[in-house]
Design a binder for this molecule. Sequence first.
Ligand code: FES
Ligand code: FES
Length: 215
Amino acid sequence: MAPPDDDSGSKPLLPKLSRRAFFTGAGASALTATLTQSVAEAATAATGPSVVGPEPIGFSLSINGRNVSVQVDPATTLAEVLRNHLGMTGTKIGCDRGACSACTVWLDGEVAASCMTLAFDARGRKITTIEGLARGDELHPVQRAFVENDAMQCGFCTPGMVMSCAALVERNPKCTLDDVKQAVSGHLCRCGTYPNVFKATLAAAKGGGKPKGQS
Ligand code: FES
Ligand code: FES
């Protein structure tokens, strides 16, 4: 049975449309959308995506508060740029594949594996390395605590450990033993210095955790 006519007197919200008109209109809209997309794709194909490398390219990085210009193949990692191009060998490369954390630096204050970061992608970020942690002759509290608590043996993992522990105490001066364990959970120390690393980090946190003059 046909539905009764609407006798409420109100106007329909949409004009009456036959099935044929509806599908014809929808087809036209779809065609328009497809054409618009094709034109956009053709424009992209004409200009091409921006490609850099493999030749060395020049760009600048902000490292420890200084702008530094480098000229490297864009596939070069930040760890390689620091060590091989800028002579900043405090950052170590252990595994070179994101498994040991020896290469830890800060990017905008957050810890990052520099062997897994392209230097090109670090443009515009604030890079802090172990060389930038001390204030002149004054060690960062975590560096000092590592020395006072004998938290190193061969020292190969130490710069990375210090960067992670310093990031933790700056972020959370009330950190607990569990927090410290979590912060260094990705760091491999073949000399087994973990207990003293925990002690040192908690001692630094107890002393405020931040370099003097920094609130
Ligand atoms: S050297 Fe980067 S994680 Fe091992
Ligand atoms: S102190 Fe030797 S690897 Fe950690």
